[in-house]
Design a protein. Structure first.
Length: 71
């Protein structure tokens, strides 16, 4: 599934979150956005998958998780 397809799926289930996440294109943008929506840096996890890929886990204030795959 491509990133635009994932955004469309997110927007179909949570339009507001999909709209907020759509412009985020890199780690810097995500880390600038997170505190403004109530995500504390202390709760963020970056998990290495291999030498080039990471999963970034962000705990949303409503007890859900938002996960980004990064390479």
């Amino acid at each position: 599934m491509t990133y635009p397809e994932q955004l469309a799926a997110l927007g179909a289930t949570d339009a507001a979150l999909g709209t907020e996440v759509a412009p985020l294109r890199n780690l810097e943008a995500i880390l600038k956005w997170a505190p403004g929506v109530g995500i504390a840096f202390a709760g963020i996890d970056l998990v290495q998958q291999d030498e080039y890929s990471y999963d970034l886990y962000l705990p949303l204030p409503d007890s859900r998780w938002l996960v980004f795959g990064m390479s």
